[in-house]
Design a protein around this ligand. Sequence first.
Ligand SMILES: Cc1cc2nc3c(=O)[nH]c(=O)nc-3n(C[C@H](O)[C@H](O)[C@H](O)COP(=O)(O)OP(=O)(O)OC[C@H]3O[C@@H](n4cnc5c(N)ncnc54)[C@H](O)[C@@H]3O)c2cc1C
Length: 243
Amino acid sequence: MTIAVPQTFDAVLSEKREEVPGVVTMRLAPVDGRKLSFLPGQFAMLCFPDEPDPQRKCRAYSISSSPQVTDYIEVTIKIVKEWTSRMTSTAVGTKLQVKMPFGRFVLDPTCRDHVFIAGGVGITPFAAMSSFLAATKPEAVRATLFYSAKTPATLIFRERFEKTAREWPELNLAFTITDKEYSGADWPGHRGRLDAEFIKATLGNIAGKKFYLCGSGQMMAGIEEILESMGVAKENIHTEKFG
Ligand SMILES: Cc1cc2nc3c(=O)[nH]c(=O)nc-3n(C[C@H](O)[C@H](O)[C@H](O)COP(=O)(O)OP(=O)(O)OC[C@H]3O[C@@H](n4cnc5c(N)ncnc54)[C@H](O)[C@@H]3O)c2cc1C
């Protein structure tokens, strides 16, 4: 796998959809029709072309669409305050500026047993990685996705991952619901925070596995501590911090 040289281009916002409340996917298609190339897990800089203030111009977003699709990329944005509200309110048909691809948070080609651990909107690079693995089905490779959310309704891309796992049964979904107040009988899966017990029970052992962590700095520090307590070596833990 080669890392493509970053390029800057105008892109039209061709589609927008709400994934869960407060989280919006935006599809960006190059105006000049160029084909896009990136590795799953890499990110794009999304910019307002006419913003004069460099602090308010661009933000980084992991590409959530599959690299098999080359006509556009999708990014999935959690609405926080001003910048994210302004960006996600942009009308379909508007021209934005994109710079991509960036980052080294990508699948280790020597590994056959990937473990993805996501917190909140940190699920985005794993959407691209899982779709890529399901499309390419590399021999004897498997992946486990740990993802916690407060309630089933706030699991971003739940249906997409379930569909991907049906297409590629080597993807094991380990979702957990953390809201103690949530009493819905419709949730058949695990409940409670991501802890060593749940991770060990799901994985069995840690031999030959690479761990990929993505989310807030606070969430990742907690998970890194858990993994180290389980004996996972630092060099087998890859991280992408969103903030
Ligand atoms: C490599 C990389 C990839 C990223 N990928 C994504 C992605 O796929 N999706 C995504 O939504 N973000 C992603 N981010 C984060 C993104 O770049 C912005 O930092 C984020 O959208 C918030 O931008 P902002 O502070 O300008 O937002 P504003 O809406 O202007 O909010 C500003 C305020 O909100 C606070 N804040 C910022 N983020 C959060 C948060 N998550 N929870 C609570 N408060 C917060 C800030 O401290 C600040 O006070 C990524 C960041 C990096 C570095």
